[in-house]
Design a protein around this ligand. Structure first.
Ligand SMILES: *Cc1c(COP(=O)(O)O)cnc(C)c1O
Length: 407
C-alpha cells in the first residue's frame, strides 16, 4: 500500500475563507437585499494593462507559423524577460544583479513554497506572525514545522510577533534559527520596514549565518522614500537573501501567472560537513528538474509591463489601488478606528474595538455595515484582534463602505 506523506494530514484545514463564505452566505439568507461590499479579497479587480494584452495577442499569433512557433523555452525564463527585469527592477535602482541570478516562474506562491526543496528538513525556520499562510503550510508539508499545537502554532517554527506594541517591526529571534521569511510591504498588515530596519535584518543574517527569504510581491505599492523596493538595496544582502517578486499585484497577473526569484550567485548554504554550496546552482537544478518554464506568451506579457506604455499603464493600476487605500485609511480614521498599513501596500490593518476579537469584529462589520473583511486571526495568532481591509475593490464600493463606517 502506498503510504502518504503524513505531514499533510497534520495541517489543519484552512477554514478561513470557507468560514468567511459561510458567514456571508448566512447573512445573505437572513437579509436577501443586503448591499454587501467585499473588502476581504486578496485578488485584483482591474483588467490587465493593454500593453500586456497586446503582447499576448502578438505572441499567440506567432504560434500559428513554424518560423515563429515556440516549444520548450529555457527553464529559467527567456533572455528578453530576464534582461528587462535586470534593467528595470535592479540596474535602474543602482542594484547589481545578473541575468543568471533571475529565475522566471509562474508566480511567487510557487516559488515561496518550492524554495524549501533546497533546504534540509532540520533547518529551524522563523516566520513573522501574522503571515502569508504559504510559508507556514509548505514548511509543515516538508516536515520542518514539527507538530501543530492546540492554538494552531507549530512546535518547530519560531514566530516573530508583529503587533501594534512593536509597530509591526519584528524583533530579531532570540534562539538560533537558519531561515527567516520576511514579506515587505507586508501581507496582511500592509506595514513595511524602512531601509534602516531592514539593514538590521541583513546584518543579523550575516552575523548568524541565516538565510533571509524576502517576499517583495507588493514592492510596486511603495510610496515612501526610505522603504527599500528590493532587499538588495541593503549592503551585503546578496550574501544572505533570496528575493521573490510577482507580476500579480503589480500588473494584475493573478490569473495570467508570472513571477520571478532572485538567487545571487554568491549566496551560499552549508552541507552537514560545513562545505559551502551555491544556492543559485541548487535552485537552478531544482527548477530544471521540476519546472519547464513559464509560457512564452505570458513572458511576453510580463516583458510588456516594462515598455514605456506598459509602465504608464501599470502605474495607473497601482495609483488606483493606492488611492483606494488612502480612502480606506481616511474613512477608518474618521470612524475612530486605529489602523496600520495602507501607505505602501494595498491593505489596511484595523484594530478591533476594545474587547472584540477578529471574528467578532468581522461579524459586526458584516451584520451592521454589510462589509466583508478578513479576520486577522486567520493569518496567525498575532493577527487576533485585527481585520484586514483590501484596497483591491472598485472606487465606488470603497467610498460607499467608508460612508457606512462613518455613520
Ligand atoms: C499575492 C501574494 C503573492 C503572489 O503570488 P503569485 O503566486 O505570484 O500570484 C506572494 N506573496 C504574498 C505575500 C502575496 O500576498
Amino acid at each position: 500500500m502506498a503510504q502518504i506523506n503524513e505531514n499533510f494530514i497534520k495541517i489543519p484545514a484552512t477554514y478561513l475563507f470557507s468560514e468567511i463564505a459561510k458567514r456571508v452566505a448566512q447573512h445573505k439568507e437572513e437579509n436577501p437585499t443586503a448591499p454587501i461590499i467585499r473588502m476581504g479579497i486578496g485578488d485584483v479587480s482591474l483588467p490587465l494593462p493593454d500593453a500586456s494584452v497586446d503582447a499576448m495577442i502578438k505572441a499567440a499569433d506567432e504560434q500559428r507559423s513554424a518560423e515563429t512557433f515556440r516549444g520548450y523555452g529555457p527553464e529559467q525564463g527567456y533572455a528578453f524577460l530576464r534582461e528587462a527585469i535586470v534593467i528595470n527592477d535592479f540596474t535602474n535602482r543602482g542594484i547589481d544583479i545578473a541575468e543568471d541570478e533571475i529565475f522566471v516562474s509562474d508566480g511567487a506562491k510557487s516559488d515561496t513554497g518550492n524554495i524549501g526543496d533546497i533546504f534540509d528538513v532540520n533547518n529551524r525556520v522563523a516566520i513573522t506572525d501574522p503571515s502569508y499562510p504559504v510559508y507556514v503550510d509548505t514548511n509543515a508539508m516538508a516536515g520542518r514545522a514539527g507538530e501543530p499545537t492546540a492554538t494552531g502554532e507549530w512546535t518547530n517554527l519560531v514566530y516573530l510577533q508583529c503587533n501594534s506594541e512593536n509597530n509591526f517591526v519584528p524583533a530579531l529571534p532570540t534562539e538560533k534559527v537558519d531561515l527567516v521569511y520576511l514579506c515587505y510591504p507586508n501581507n496582511p498588515t500592509g506595514t513595511t520596514l524602512t531601509k534602516e530596519q531592514l539593514t538590521v535584518w541583513v546584518e543579523y543574517a550575516k552575523a548568524n549565518n541565516v538565510i533571509l527569504l524576502f517576499d517583495a510581491a507588493y514592492e510596486a505599492f511603495i510610496t515612501e522614500e526610505d522603504v527599500p523596493h528590493s532587499i538588495y538595496e541593503i549592503e551585503g544582502a546578496k550574501d544572505v537573501a533570496i528575493e521573490f517578486r510577482s507580476f500579480s499585484k503589480t500588473a494584475g497577473f493573478t490569473g495570467t501567472r508570472c513571477g520571478y526569484t532572485v538567487v545571487p550567485k554568491q549566496l551560499m548554504g552549508n552541507t552537514a560537513n560545513g562545505e559551502k554550496v551555491s544556492l543559485n546552482k541548487l535552485w537552478n537544478r531544482r527548477q530544471c528538474t521540476k519546472f519547464n518554464g513559464t509560457s512564452y506568451i505570458v513572458q511576453r506579457a510580463a516583458e510588456a509591463t516594462y515598455s514605456p506604455e506598459g509602465k504608464k499603464q501599470v502605474k495607473a493600476l497601482i495609483d488606483f489601488y493606492t488611492e483606494n487605500a488612502r480612502i480606506i485609511r481616511e474613512g477608518l480614521t474618521k470612524a475612530g478606528y486605529t489602523i496600520f498599513g495602507g501607505v505602501n501596500a494595498p491593505y489596511v490593518w484595523a484594530k478591533a474595538p476594545v474587547g472584540m476579537g477578529s471574528w467578532e469584529y468581522f461579524d459586526f462589520l458584516l451584520k451592521e455595515k454589510n462589509i466583508v473583511t478578513t479576520p486577522g486571526a486567520g493569518f496567525g495568532a498575532s493577527g487576533e484582534g485585527y481585520v484586514r481591509f483590501s484596497a483591491f475593490g472598485s472606487r465606488e464600493n470603497t467610498i460607499e463602505a467608508m460612508k457606512r463606517l462613518e455613520k
